[in-house]
Design a protein around this ligand. Structure first.
Ligand SMILES: Nc1nc2c(c(=O)[nH]1)N[C@H]1C(S)=C(S)[C@@H](COP(=O)(O)OP(=O)(O)OC[C@H]3O[C@@H](n4cnc5c(=O)[nH]c(N)nc54)[C@H](O)[C@@H]3O)O[C@H]1N2
Ligand SMILES: Nc1nc2c(c(=O)[nH]1)N[C@H]1C(S)=C(S)[C@@H](COP(=O)(O)OP(=O)(O)OC[C@H]3O[C@@H](n4cnc5c(=O)[nH]c(N)nc54)[C@H](O)[C@@H]3O)O[C@H]1N2
Ligand SMILES: [Mo]
Length: 766
């Protein structure tokens, strides 16, 4: 069998630009999936993986966290981008000791993210010791010894940081936090800090639980679905099938997005006849091309208009029964909402008054309303307030805890929600820590730990010197790349448990370890036989995932194995946690989870049900709100938005169609018409004209950040201007190439999430 050689590096000069597409998926998507599969893993593995994706006895797609339709797990359900995620992991290309002997650290650091990721699966534990120019092989036992020696030498466990990315299974996340808390710290930053933290913070305030309140059947039943700050055609393609069904049942969809994303316009389902030869289905009935950062204003305007509609036809808009029985804080909210100035809302959002009125009218009249959102909302300075304001609108209309209505934060990584449920959080509540202590006879630390941004600050300031990551690509995922890179390099030890090579392996601490691990698709054999793991999707369904592929190397260890083996060495053989039993039989881990994590009782039996089981959600299940008031809270939020200084643009950093976060699959952003390159900046015709620039011109993007001592500048070079339909004053470019532009302190209020979607920049012609 031949596996294609890795792709060559990027030549941005061959960039091609064609008009953006107005629909998503369709035949090209299926062809792309199969082609990627065959290139990376050959026919047999392609068959074994793609047709086992999201099936009852198969593995959970490592793509996004969009759920399966209950009862449908028996059908192969996969999408183009899920297939790419699988091909990326199941590739037969490998990089072992010879690769690292050939490529020095200096060589690797010159390579692009694309090149690093394309080299293949990691096969051996590798070490870089002080003064080494190359990584060299190390045995697992010696690798654990290096970690234990460093951790034991720290003056306090709080000088170590333990990151988690969202592919980690429930079982390994639970064990990982048990290890970290047994060792003695809560320093557990995770990718969620950069992702839906704003959603968790806002929803905890308003409804008392940081998770979405709807399921797939709710979306299928809704009358009105708002989709704000999300690009499902690329990032959650299976959501389009759900939207298609909702539309078929009569739902109206309103998209709120500065860009006209293809998947929000029309969907041709490749698994249906009309999707292959017909014109597919239209998705958005209305498209609000909002200005970046204008959503808080929009929802405040809607709040005001709902009260006015209630005045005009009393008893028809405000759900007074719900409001009286289940909510608190209406009076203050009403006073604030009525005082909102609609001219300001128009200015801030860039929308017309009639668009805003039509949206409010649709919300006022629909019986079942759902609001979905993702990174366009959460990665904003006012992300938390915006989500609180969306909730205000829904609460006023009683859209909580009834079929077809509610809040729907659409999660990213396939188990990012589960990792949090399992205790990966720097500030888990006392109830969880007490349950851990009772289960294991340990003493979990109570002092809150560092989140992602605080972890970088701690390393930068010399307050932390050991960094370990369970997956992910910390230096490329986080903001302010230069600061973060030097923070990581200043550590005494960095440890990356990974499937594939990435920039975080290259930005190595004085001593650095790469520990290769099994992925979702790989068969996981332990002393107790073949193991499976579980994950929780965006709608709180927990189900099993079982890998089938033969691992590419005998040296790979599962995350559970790595954590347990390290724990025994770090904590000693008499530690009360039964690490060896956990290692050998993951059912034993689930037994402990059953006792510690509320809602996971009897997990081993329930996770084996055909659709798994759904975690409790009091607002959804019984209109109970575990908030400080015991009711759903209306909130009052100051109106603010992103102003565009003269001659400047507000830049959002987003994903192309050919990437998974920091992993670059290819160089095309098919739906947006960008081919063979990534260093582009999308700018409106009006700004191009006003600033005397031209389409196709090469520019540097310079971000400007006011400080006490003046304006700090950050720069990325040689980006090509692409004229694109985005609101005047706004621009868009791809992440992670533009992460150097996002200042570390540019974070969302309260959630501390980097503001990746609104950076003030200027374009400097080369
Ligand atoms: N194939 C693929 N799938 C993925 C991922 C991937 O990289 N590749 N990543 C996964 C992860 S971890 C996540 S979190 C999700 C991310 O899923 P998305 O949130 O869809 O990802 P982004 O590309 O960041 O897209 C943000 C969207 O918000 C819009 N936007 C930007 N600013 C604003 C604003 O101010 N207001 C509004 N209303 N909209 C705005 C942008 O135009 C864009 O459409 O996808 C997950 N799934
Ligand atoms: N500017 C900007 N920055 C952003 C964002 C943005 O929109 N704009 N989005 C943010 C968001 S939403 C997120 S979630 C973060 C993503 O942050 P991360 O989760 O840290 O990044 P990923 O790119 O998903 O991580 C990819 C790496 O994970 C490893 N990996 C893959 N599968 C497995 C596995 O099964 N086990 C283990 N141990 N390792 C595995 C591989 O080595 C791979 O290189 O980035 C954030 N950063
Ligand atoms: Mo994410």
């Amino acid at each position: 069998m031949t596996i294609d050689a890795p792709k060559n590096d990027i030549d941005e000069s061959t960039l091609e630009v064609t008009p953006p597409k107005h629909y998503a998926a369709g035949v090209p998507a299926v062809l792309v999936s199969l082609k990627r599969g065959l290139e990376e893993m050959g026919a047999v593995r392609t068959g074994r993986t793609l047709f086992r994706l999201n099936q009852r006895n198969g593995f959970d797609c490592p793509g996004c966290a969009w759920p399966e339709t209950p009862g449908h797990r028996k059908h192969a359900e996969f999408c183009e981008n899920g297939a790419k995620a699988v091909a990326e992991e199941a590739t037969l290309r490998t990089i072992g000791p010879e690769f690292f002997a050939e490529h020095s650290l200096a060589d690797l650091s010159e390579r692009t993210d694309f090149w690093l990721g394309q080299q293949g699966r990691l096969t051996h534990p590798m070490v870089l010791r002080p003064g080494d120019t190359h990584y060299s092989p190390i045995s697992w036992d010696d690798a654990y010894r290096v970690i234990v020696d460093h951790l034991k030498a720290l003056p306090t466990p709080d000088e170590a940081i333990f990151y988690t990315s969202g592919r980690t299974s429930n079982e390994s996340a639970f064990l990982y936090q048990t290890l970290i808390r047994s060792y003695g710290t809560n320093n557990m930053p995770d990718c969620s800090n950069m992702c839906h933290e704003s959603s968790g913070t806002a929803l905890s305030d308003t409804i008392g639980i940081g998770k979405g309140s709807v399921s797939v059947p709710d979306l299928e039943k809704a009358d009105l679905i708002l989709i704000a700050g999300q690009n499902p055609g690329t990032n959650h393609p299976r959501m389009l099938s759900t939207l298609e069904k909702a539309k078929g049942n009569g739902a109206k969809v309103i998209a709120i997005n500065p860009l006209h994303e293809a998947g929000l316009q029309r969907f041709k389902d490749p698994q249906k006849v009309n999707g292959v030869i017909g014109s597919g289905v239209g998705i958005a009935d209305e498209y609000l091309q909002i200005r970046i950062g204008g959503d808080l204003a929009l929802f405040q305007g809607i709040g005001k208009l709902l009260f006015e509609a209630e005045d005009a036809a009393p008893g028809t808009v405000v759900d007074s029964l719900f409001v009286e029985e289940h909510t608190a804080g209406l009076e203050d909210f009403e006073k604030h909402a009525r005082a909102v100035d609609l001219d300001t809302v128009v200015d801030a959002s860039g929308l017309t008054l009639s668009q805003i009125r039509a949206t409010a009218d649709a919300i006022a009249k629909a019986d079942k309303v759902i609001i979905c959102w993702a990174m366009g909302i959460t990665q904003q300075r006012h992300g938390v307030d915006t989500i609180r304001e969306m909730t205000n609108v829904l609460l006023l209309r009683g859209m909580m805890g009834k079929p077809g209505a509610g809040v729907c934060p659409v999660r990213g990584h396939s188990n990012v929600q589960g990792d949090r449920t399992m205790g990966i959080w720097e500030q888990m509540p006392e109830s969880f820590l007490a349950a851990m202590d009772a289960e294991f006879g340990i003493e979990s630390p109570r002092k809150h730990g560092y989140d992602t941004v605080d972890a970088i600050r701690a390393m930068r300031d010399g307050k932390a010197s050991v960094f370990m990551a369970m997956g992910g690509n910390f230096v490329r995922a986080t903001s302010d790349s230069e600061v973060t890179e030097s923070a990581l390099r200043s550590c005494d030890l960095t440890v990356q448990v990974s499937t594939k090579l990435n920039r975080s392996h290259v930005m190595a601490g004085k001593t650095a370890l790469i520990l290769p691990t099994l992925g979702r698709t790989d068969r996981d054999m332990q002393a107790g036989g073949r193991q499976n793991v579980s994950v929780e999707d965006s709608m709180s369904m927990v189900h099993l995932s079982r890998g089938r592929l033969t691992p590419v190397s005998d040296e790979l260890r599962s995350e559970v194995a790595i954590i347990s083996e390290l724990a025994v060495k770090l904590l000693g053989p008499s530690h009360p946690v039964p690490w060896n039993e956990f290692h050998h039989d993951y059912d034993r881990i689930r037994e402990s989870i059953s006792r510690v994590v509320p809602g996971c009782e009897n997990m081993n039996a329930r996770v084996r049900l055909p659709d798994g089981f759904q975690l409790p959600h009091p607002p959804r299940d019984s209109r109970e709100f575990p908030t400080t008031t015991g009711k759903a809270n209306f909130t009052v939020n100051e109106l603010d938005w992103e102003r565009v200084p003269a001659g400047r643009l507000v830049l959002q950093t987003m994903r192309s169609h050919d990437q998974y976060n920091t992993t670059i699959y290819g160089l095309d952003d098919r739906y947006r018409g960008i081919k063979n390159g990534r260093k582009v900046v999308l700018v409106s015709a009006a700004d191009i004209a006003e600033q005397g620039l031209r389409d196709g011109q090469l520019v540097d993007i310079v971000s400007e950040w006011p400080t006490d001592s003046g304006v700090e500048e950050r720069r990325v070079s040689e980006f090509r201007i692409v004229e694109y339909d985005t609101p005047k004053g706004n621009a868009a470019a791809y992440y992670p190439e533009t992460n150097p532009l996002v200042p570390l302190d540019h974070v969302a209020a309260r959630s501390n999430t980097p503001v990746s979607k609104a950076v003030v920049v200027r374009l400097e012609p080369r």
